[in-house]
Design a protein around this ligand. Structure first.
Ligand code: HT7
Ligand code: ZN
Length: 874
């Protein structure tokens, strides 16, 4: 397969002003008539270049130039390209293709899901519909006519506004849609199905009434309210915080069951994976409600950061994704607890993105090359990209950042641009020089900060020395120091915040500063101190870096209870727990477990003055995945065993406190989705899980009662998970059977049922995983089902996946090869757990490598899987 390089970017030789599409949808296929109004691009140097249109899996029926049907000698159909050598300066090209959506298992282009037609065109799906210059810098106005059987497909949707509709012969009908905003082909969408419509409306800041509509299968009609409400809140928020008003008269959301990712921001017609939009109290957990709120907002925010201003090429993907994730994170923080949101985001980044950045697929936020762009919808592009935008926000401050964002939208409205254009707008609006900062887009790898300190008691000066290095990554060595905003505070022994006097004459200094680290080594001095302070480093996780500082356990315990920065309170607790767990690895079971850890957890369990959502986060031990990420040569059984020892020790020692915490938070009353109610449910379910883990009979009775009588899914699933992870075999089986019996008709709940079992080290052993693959509710063609069984097993059930006999790896390789033929995007994503093979102790890594080699040797490997496997083995 061919590698595409950013350095080889050329402006398009031809531009498309207008595209008229006509879809004839049938059960055995679809005919697509496409008429393009094309002109040569005056900015292109490639004069005389033939017209080249992209295509994939298309059956070409005819080509006409300016109304004249072309002989087959007048063009070349190369399969992946349609080449027309002889074209004038301006012309109309009409192309007719035949496609088979009913056989499209890749879920790219036009396909069928639960009897409805739908599309997914990002990144390169439009070429599976018709021949077209399928690149984001070709922006055209779309007019789309859809024709289909009226009774089977009463709802026909596309981008923009409906302009015409009517009946046709043979029980068929049509609707025509027109989108006035020029857009790249990746934002095209079509939906046809028998769907119910839920309506609402929104009045914009300038007084325009927008029609809001959700389209779902009839059985889901009661699961739309939360997404609709989230949409309206997101629309208002974007007006208030970014000054962005919605631009069409109608905004539509559609839910589909078979979808490769979470959702898609098609202009005016967002398409969602059902699991990311449908929710009710009885079927969705609090975490799912929060995810829906964030994703609905994310897709909506793309209307400006992505659609009105889009990417010039796919190397710029983080331009829209990093900025939009930042916007949705700000929205979620404003709607809930900012500290908890930051903890969740930092956890994901430190556990999974840092791992990606240290692995064989490491790439910069703006990659320099790729083989298959589908492999670059990564945590680096999304989450690290978000952190990069957040750092600009931290460096400029809210006001200047808003000025920069206004300038960016105004300057580039209707254009396809680069990450550099974004940074330039921020520079121009604020007057700051971000030259060095741009390295965040160019250099892969997580910067490491080594922090040392000393206190000069005589002078009353505290010195911090910070050294930064950026590790080598595939294809990148000897990297330059980056520009890092480093938020800091100092505490005295009473826990009071100290003024950060940075020169001897300074008085009234602030108690928190954002230090700017730009060189390989910096020394900072703080004056006027009576005693050595306790440093609170990288507050609120102000940059996506690893910080090494020789923490003493007393310092961590102190910060856990005194740091005014909520994030660092939590982080201190995590560092302490990590230190305790790591100190047990490789030692026998007689080794003492730090008694102060127990006391600090007791303090947390009984602390009702602290934000209870933060307490719930602080009670959770670092995950096995994070402990693996922190090890040099991970030995999963040892990590699992050490973590289990700490968990069991804490649960035994705190049994009465846990029970009291459960009782206190198990309040009767109306179900609410407030932060406080969510925190209470979270605390209660953590307590229940720990108590069942130690086999507590009283807790078993509570869990059984909660499982049977819960009025919401958070509590029902919390009890189910606690039972599944307990040693109560009979109760576990009964609960799993009862749960399936009750919810078997709801695919989203069945997916939870699958993943609870697959992720559990009690139930998720390989024979049971294979059994789940044969279950009546499992479907290889549905990505959510694959993720909930195979993804949960390989990604979350570390002891079972890393079975020393290698069976977990062989199983995953077998699944990847099977899926590679039907859905290569999903197959490639599943390679991730194997791709980190070098991270594990030799007995594991050798077998992981073998599994990768067996995939590499499969015949007719897709380029998606080829790229990940070959880079992993390199
Ligand atoms: N921009 C969307 C990306 C997406 C996607 C990419 C590849 C294959 C399938 C896909 N579905 C959606 C989603 C987003 O970031 O908002
Ligand atoms: Zn996005």
């Amino acid at each position: 397969p061919q590698t595409i390089y950013l350095s080889e970017y050329k402006v398009p030789a031809y531009l498309v002003e207008q595209i008229e599409l006509r879809f004839e949808l049938f059960e055995d296929g679809a005919r697509v008539h496409s008429t393009l109004t094309v002109r040569r691009n005056p900015e292109s140097q490639e004069t005389g270049k033939p017209l080249e249109l992209d295509g994939d899996s298309l059956k070409l029926e005819s080509v006409a130039l300016n109304g004249e049907t072309l002989e087959s000698t007048a063009y070349e159909d190369r399969g992946d390209k349609l080449v027309v050598p002889d074209v004038p300066e301006q012309f109309q090209l009409a192309v007719v293709t035949w496609i088979e959506p009913q056989n499209n298992t890749r879920l790219e282009g036009l396909y069928k899901s639960s009897g409805m037609f739908c599309t997914q065109c990002e990144a390169e799906g439009f070429r599976c519909i018709t021949y077209y210059p399928d690149r984001p810098d070709v922006m055209a106005r779309f007019r789309t006519r859809i024709e289909a059987d009226k009774s089977a497909y009463p709802v026909l949707l596309s981008n923009g506004n409906p302009v015409e509709q009517g009946d046709l012969d043979n029980g068929r009908h049509f609707v025509t849609w027109e989108d006035p905003f020029p857009k790249p082909s990746y934002l095209f969408a079509l939906v046809a199905g028998d769907l119910v419509e839920k309506r609402d409306s929104f009045t914009t800041c300038s007084g325009r009434d927008i029609d809001l509509r959700m389209y779902v299968e009839p059985r889901n009609s009661e699961k739309c309210d939360f997404a609709m409400d989230s949409l309206k809140r997101a629309m208002r928020w974007d007006e208030e915080v970014y000054g962005r008003e919605y631009d069409l008269d109608i905004f539509m959301i559609v839910a589909v069951d078979d979808f490769n990712m979470g959702a898609m921001e098609n202009k005016g017609l967002n398409i969602f994976n059902s699991s990311c939009v449908l929710a009710s109290q009885e079927t969705a957990t609090d975490a799912i409600f929060q995810r829906i709120e964030a994703i609905v907002a994310h897709e909506y925010f793309h209307n400006w950061s992505g659609n009105r201003v889009t990417c010039r090429d796919w190397f710029q993907l983080s331009l829209k994704e990093g900025f939009t994730v930042f916007r949705d994170a700000q929205f979620s923080a404003d709607e809930g607890s900012p500290t908890v949101k930051r903890i969740e985001d930092a956890t994901l980044l430190r556990t999974a993105q840092f791992a990606e950045d240290a692995g064989p697929m490491a790439h910069p936020v703006r990659p320099a090359s790729y083989i298959e762009i589908g492999n670059f919808y990564t945590l680096t592009i999304y989450e690290k990209g978000e952190e990069v935008v957040r750092m600009i926000h931290n460096l400029l401050g809210s006001e200047m950042f808003r000025k920069g964002s206004d300038l960016y939208f105004e300057r580039h409205d209707g254009q396809a641009v680069t990450t550099d254009d974004f940074v330039k707008a921020m520079e121009d609006a604020s007057g700051r020089d971000l030259t060095q900062f741009r390295l965040w887009y160019e250099q892969a790898g997580t910067p490491v900060l080594n922090v040392e300190d000393d206190f000069d008691a005589e002078q009353g000066v505290y010195r911090l020395t910070i050294r930064q290095t950026v590790p080598d990554t595939p294809g990148q060595t000897n990297k330059k120091p980056q520009h890092i905003p480093f938020a800091l505070g100092l505490l005295d022994s009473n826990g009071d915040a100290l003024p950060l006097n940075m020169d001897a004459a300074e008085t009234d200094a602030p108690t928190e500063r954002v230090l700017e680290i730009t060189g390989a080594e910096h020394r900072f001095e703080f004056y006027g101190l009576d005693e050595k302070p306790v440093p609170s480093l990288l507050r609120d996780f102000s940059a996506p870096v690893r910080v090494h500082y020789p923490w003493a356990r007393e310092q961590l315990l102190f910060l856990m209870s005194h740091d005014p920065d909520g994030f660092n309170r939590w982080d201190a607790g995590q560092r302490l727990a990590i230190d305790v767990i790591q100190s047990l690895i490789g030692h026998d079971d007689e080794t003492e477990i730090e008694p102060r850890l127990v006391e600090s957890y007791r303090g947390l369990l009984n602390n009702d003055s602290l934000d209870q959502a933060l307490v719930a986060k602080m009670l959770q031990l670092p995950s096995e995945n994070y402990l693996v990420e922190l090890s040099e040569q991970a030995d999963v059984p040892s990590i699992h065993h050490a973590r289990e020892r700490v968990l069991l020790h804490l649960a035994n020692a705190l049994r009465d406190d846990l029970l009291a915490c459960y009782q206190r938070n198990n309040q009767a009353g109306e179900y609410e989705l407030t932060s406080d109610a969510i925190a209470r449910r979270s605390l209660k379910n953590i307590a229940l899980g720990w108590l069942l883990h130690i086999g507590d009979e009283e807790a078993l009775a509570l869990a059984t009662e909660q499982f049977q009588n819960a009025d919401n899914m958070t509590d029902r699933l919390g009890a189910l998970r606690a039972l599944v992870n307990s040693g109560f075999d009979q109760e576990r089986t009964e609960a799993l059977d009862a749960f399936y019996e009750q919810f078997q008709h709801d695919p989203q709940v069945v997916e939870m049922w699958f993943s609870v079992q697959s992720a559990s080290h009690k139930t998720g052993q390989l024979p049971h995983i294979r059994h789940l693959l044969g279950h009546e509710a499992f479907d290889w063609k549905n990505p959510n089902k694959v993720r909930s069984v195979v993804g949960a097993f390989a990604g979350q059930n570390l002891p079972a996946f890393h079975n020393p006999d290698g069976s977990g790896y062989e199983f995953l390789a077998e699944v990847i090869c099977r899926l590679d033929d039907s859905n290569p995007q999903i197959a490639a994503r599943l390679v991730t757990p194997l791709s980190r093979w070098k991270k594990f102790a030799p007995t594991y890594s050798e077998q992981m490598k073998k599994a990768l080699e067996s995939i590499r040797d499969k015949e007719a490997l897709s380029k998606d899987v080829y790229e990940v496997v070959h880079k992993s083995l390199a």
